[in-house]
Every structure is written in C-alpha cells, then in structure tokens.
Design a binder for this molecule. Sequence first.
Ligand SMILES: Nc1ncnc2c1ncn2[C@@H]1O[C@H](COP(=O)(O)OP(=O)(O)OP(=O)(O)O)[C@@H](O)[C@H]1O
Length: 864
Amino acid sequence: MSDDVTPMMAQYLEIKGQHPGALLFYRMGDFYEMFFQDAVLASEALDIALTKRGTHQGAPIQMCGVPVHSAEGYLLALIRKGFRVAIAEQMEDPAEAKKRGYKAVVKRDVVRLVTPGTLTEDTLLEARRANYLCAFAEVREEGALAWADISTGEFRVMTCPGARLGAELARLGPREVLVSEAREATWREVVEEAGAQVTALGRGSFDSSGSEARVARLYGVAGLASFGAFTRAEVSAMGALVDYLELTQRGKLPLLRAPVREASGGTVQMDGATRRNLELTQALSGGREGSLLSVIDRTVTSAGARLLEARLGSPSRDVAVVRERLGRVAWVIEGDRHGLRDALRMVPDMDRALSRLALERGGPRDLAAVRAGLVGAARVAALVAGGPLFDEALLGHEELVGLLEAALVAEPPLLARDGGFVAEGFHAELDQTRRLRDEGRGVVGEMQAEFVAETGIGSLKIKHNNVLGYFIETTTTHEATMRGNPRFIHRQTTANQVRFSTVELSELETRILNAGNLALEIEKGIFERLRAAVLERAAQVAAAARALAEIDLAAGLAELAVSEDWVAPQIEESRAFVVEGGRHPVVEAALRRQGVAFVPNDCGLTQAGVPAIWLITGPNMGGKSTFLRQNALIALLAQMGSYVPARRAVIGVVGQIFSRVGAADDLARGRSTFMVEMVETAAILNQADESALVILDEIGRGTATWDGLSIAWAVLENLQAVNRCRALFATHYHELTALAGKLQGVRNATLAVREWEGEVVFLHEVKEGAADRSYGVQVARLAGLPMAVVERAKVVLEALEKGDRERPSKALIDDLPLFRAVAEAPKPVAKESQVEKRLKEVSADELSPREALALIYELKGLAG
Ligand SMILES: Nc1ncnc2c1ncn2[C@@H]1O[C@H](COP(=O)(O)OP(=O)(O)OP(=O)(O)O)[C@@H](O)[C@H]1O
C-alpha cells in the first residue's frame, strides 16, 4: 500500500482546492466521480452507494459516482438540497494524454459551477417560473438590488434601501442572493425568509469602480452611460452579479439584455407577510394549488406564465400603464379573437432556447424552437394587426426563418452530436457523404448475399459491434467450412458462434465509418453556423419573444374575464374604493367544485372622497376573512391590468397593500404568535400612507382579552387619524363598534346570520351595522364540542354578560359540581340521539341555560 499521491489524485485535489464550498463532479469516462467528504455528502443526499478505492495518505479514499447521461437529475436533487456543484470535464481525448507518457493524466478543468440561481437546463428549471439570481449591494448609506434570469436574459436593477430588501425579495422570489461577505450576517435571515440561498462574495466583487468596467465589458461598450444613469450602489450590485456569472459560467457569458433600471415607486408596495397572507403564488398550506395564481393563470406559453407571475408580484401604481394594459385585454374580449390562443400554443420557449444557445449548452432542438417561435410570431402578428397588442418586433424575421427552415429537419434531436438534424438538400457535400454512408450500408447487404452464395451457408450474417466493427457470423457448426476458405480471416469464437472478416469487409467498414464521421463533422459545422446566425439576431428574437409573452398574458386574462364573468375595473387617480358584487376568486372556485354559490358583497372605502375604514364584526365562519381578502385581491388584480371578480369596481390607485391575520406562528424563529402579530402591526402603522389599503384580521387575538381589545382600539384610532388610509378591520371585540359613531370615516359592517332552532345559518352577506354577538358557542357546537361543554359555556357566557366579567360570581363557580356530574355521567351511547331529539323539541328560548343543563342531566340519568 503506498501513501504516494497519484498524479490523478494530485490533479483532483488541486481542482477541488480551487472550489471550496462546492461538491466536485470529477469526470472519469462515462461517470462523474466524487471523492472524500464530497462522496460521503453526495451519497447520503442522493441515496447512492459509497465505495472505497485505493488509499490517500494511508486512509482509504471514499468515492461515489453518477453516470454522465443521467447527471442532470442528480444535479437537480443536490441543488434542491442546498449544494453547489463544480463540474470538472476532461479537456482532451485520453489518447492525447497517453502520447505524453504512460503516467500522464488527462487534462481536466471546471467548466461550470452549478448553483440555484444559474440554472439553464429545461430539466432543472420550472418552465412557468422565472429563476432569479439577485445581488444586493451597499455603498455608504445607499442600497441597490440587481437581478437576472440567465435562462431568459432578463436583467434589472433598482435602488433598494436595506429596510426594503425583504419586501423586494418577497416580490421576486429569487433562488439565490449574492451579498458581500462583510454583510452576510446582517442579511442572511432576510434572504432565507424569502426562501432563497445566500451566497457571500468577497469585497472585490462589489467594488463599484471595477464593477462598471465588468458590466461594460459584458456588452462590449465603453461605459454604462448609454443604458441610463445608475447610482454607485446599482453599479456595484450589477457588477457583483456579472462577476458571479463569470465565475460560475467560466467565461461563457450568458446573453443578458441591457440592464433596465426599475423605478422603485412604480409598483404597489407589498411585503412578504402580505403576499403570503393573500396567497398570491402559494397557498398558506404551501404549494401552488389554492393560490390566486393557480386560479387566474390561463396563459398557454411558458413565457406568458412567467410574465403573469411577475405582474401579479408587481401591480402598477401608474394609472396610464394600468389603463393601457386593461385596454389590451378589452381589445381581445371585444374582438372575440378566436385562433389567437391556438396560434400562441404553437410558440415554444424562445427565451430559454436562446440562452442555452448563447451558453453553448444548446442543441438542434433549440434552433427548432427559435424557428417555430418566429413562425408563430408572424402568424400572431397577422391576428393582432391594427390593435394595441401589435408589436413591430413580431415581424421581420423572414431571413432567419428561411435559413432555419431550409437547414433543419422537422423534428431534430436534442444534441448536435447525435447528428441527423440537417435537412436534405441544404448542403451538397453533406448529402453526398450521407449517400456514401448509406450506400455503404446497402453494399453490406449485397456483400452478405455474395458470401452466402459462395459458402452455401444460408444463415450467414454480416453484423456490427463496437469491438469488432463489421464481421461475418455463422454458427460453430459451419466453422470448418469457413476456415477452409482462405478469404475468411478468423476473429472470434463464442459459445455458439464463430466470427470472421475479409479484406473487402474491412475496407468497406473504413469507408462507411469515414463517411459517417465526416457527415457528423459537417453537421456540427452547420450547427455552429446556424447558432451564430440566431445569436446575431438574438436581440430581435428576444424582443419577439417578449411581445408574444405580452400577447399571451392579455389573451389569458381575456379568457379568464370572459369565462369567469369578470368586469373591467375603472382605475383613477383618487382615494376611491367602490366594489359592487365583489367575489373572492379562489374561494368562489373552491365552492363551485362543491356545487355551492358564492355570495357577492359590496364594499366602499371612501366617504366624501376621504379614505374610510370598515369595522367588521360577525360570527366566526361568517366570511370575514374572505371578504377582507377579496377586496385586497380586487385592487391588486385591477392594478396588474386584469379584469376583476365583481359587478363594478372603481379603484383609486392603491400604492401599498398590507394584510395581516392575528395569529400566525413563527416558531421557527422563536417568536410567539403574539410577538409576530405585534411586529407586523408595527410595520403597518409605521409605513402605511394615504395611498395604502390595509387589511387587519383580528388584531389582538393573541393575548388576553382586555389587552387585545385595548391594542385593537388604539390601532384603529391610529389608522383613522395618522395613517388616514383605506382599511378593513375585522374583529371579535364588539366594544370597538362604539367607535363607529365617534371616529370620522369609521363604519360598522357585519356578516349576516340567521338563527334557526338554536342553530346559526351563515348568509355570508355583508351589511351595514354591528353584530350583536359572535355566536362562538353555536359554532363550537356545530364543530362537535361535547354537549355538556357547550351548555356549560352558555351558562358562563350569560352570567358573564350580566355580571362583572373580571370577577365571576360565586354562584357561577358553585355551578361547577353540576357540570362535572353531567360531563362525567356514563355515556348513553345508543340513546344519545334521543337526548338530542328532546333538546331540539324544547326550543332553547323556552329554557334558561340552567334548565337546559338540568334537562340534559335528567335525560342522561334516565338513559343511564
Ligand atoms: N361570500 C361567501 N359566499 C359563500 N360562502 C362563503 C362566503 N364567504 C365565506 N364563505 C364560506 O365560509 C367559510 C368561512 O369563511 P371565513 O374564513 O372568511 O370566515 P371568518 O368569518 O373569517 O371566520 P373566523 O372568524 O372563524 O376566522 C369559507 O371557507 C367559505 O366556505
């Protein structure tokens, strides 16, 4: 056993040393191998076998590997589990290495660092979601956020103070966020809260003077001035992002479009908690099912779906922009444009195909995607001509389309190295070479017939394998005949077969092989030419893709509006908020599946042009939360440029939306329910301005009744007097309803219920006025609380309502033994229904709770 480090191991350790923090996929033939600790981690994460091979410094080398052809699946699993992977490929043919000497190691180098934010493969990406990589930079007091999706080429930047980082990340939902090493501790929690992975980079990456040069180099320009005026923090953020791409993509720079500067005041401000609470892209239970996005997405292309998600995340505050978007949806609806969505359905994901081609990860199928996309663009252009959806970018691609149509077969293979993607008639030499190759195959057949005739062995066959190439095969019974003929050269004997070759067969083989190789080489050359032709027009192709995504979005929203009977909202520069017959799209869809109709409700949050607050009381399960959220969703949908689920809606532009529910644990961060509630409420009271729409659902629920009531009371006053915003405030504290008369602009609303034979029936109808009670006890009964507990609760409630709430009367406490007796009475299993029947016969109003309790006791006693 030797402790020497083998040359290969030395190479491995050197490469590994250059990529700390990443697992190293070390290419060896058809496998990516991992060694040492990497192997231990990967074998566990991937559930694959861990083996040992040789020794290193006296200890066995642990090792595991994945086959190259199925590496993508393993990569995805590792990335999902939070690993980063460096891929080291063989940079030369092993034969080349051998020429240098017996012990020479094949040259290897890392060609790519795979991280969550830098994926481009279809199999590793969600087709209908963007895959953002963000960089957050701080220069003195200023902050900036840059983000890019290298799978589509989108690149944006904005000024972003640290305090807003969480909200912006919640909006974008990035996979990976770059921060400077020095500030990692400060931002880690914020980044992880947004569900992204943190990657810390050294100071050099964020250095703003070097950054400008780096970004300019990417676009081959002298400076960034032509892209707009950027702050130093913005340049630093963009520079860090580009630096990281250079590092991970190893010099093959992605096709990023020129950076677009996003004005920070242009979109509706919403923080992470609000987004979660409104279940925009994910339901509270996790997953997409049950989210607003899942209900409104009618797009038919991946790019359209990604645009929809982006718009839903960033509704506009600009009346003109919103009206223009609504106008496009209206145009589709009014024109009854059949065929538009069918034409769009034929459009593949050109953005992602382009990006793979640029990164040298593309294949013939990506060229075909561009071809189909541009053909589709021309078809769509004809359908939207003369309307607001028309975009010049859709047209003018004839030359490229012509080239791709002439060059490519209808359904090309995924990879260029598979060959067979260039159409016949495109390249004369290729056609000739292919003929030679194919004729060669025909000649093999003729030769076989000749050998059969010559030997008289009818079962003689010419076959091919990778070891022998072409050979003649017969069964061993004919061995003597074959060996008797000097023309046949013996190659191999297996259990039942003997194999021979001849001089002519070997010559033919060389010809076929050469022709095959030559054909493939010609095809690869053509691929490169086509790829260059596409990339030369990358900007125009990307513009066409963007135009198609916009059209798909508008057509999808039109389809939604028509099928769900939604209405065009009226958007204006005011504080108006009028919704007539509003519905909650997700609850409505869920109820429809159960065959239940949704009860539409009105909402008006302005009084004489001034923001108003609705104080909503009502029974549990009455529909308060649904009503609150549906109004926020209607504002949000309207401002993203969609029709809304209502009969009529007038929305004065909303600048901020805040939504809070009074009880959401955050045990993971060690905060109590109440603490979370108060932190979030504080954020609203500190941030909400007059343009805000605030939704507070049972604030104060997390603490003792009187503390909770006092807090809710003061919060309501603050909203009315200080924040002066439009708000919906749901509460169980009926005491608050007294404020309606006193605070200007505060109105009471309640959810109607009807009582029927002691049971509550929810009408889900919002009407003016205050609820007289919560019906909590009745709801508890509906939920199946033991009858004795329900009845006891009624007694306590009545006593409390009459007497001193803080000090329950002695009589009430003295009742306890009676309650125990009832609760502990043997359960008359079979007769329980009889008890209930009797109870229902005597209307609850006729009996005092005590009498009811006595009745139960009596009945139970009887039954027992
Ligand atoms: N407008 C409506 N039309 C029909 N059904 C509705 C309507 N609003 C709510 N519901 C139904 O009532 C259920 C309860 O609604 P919601 O959660 O909004 O009640 P809530 O008053 O907030 O209750 P709690 O106070 O217990 O949280 C919903 O799941 C839905 O099935």
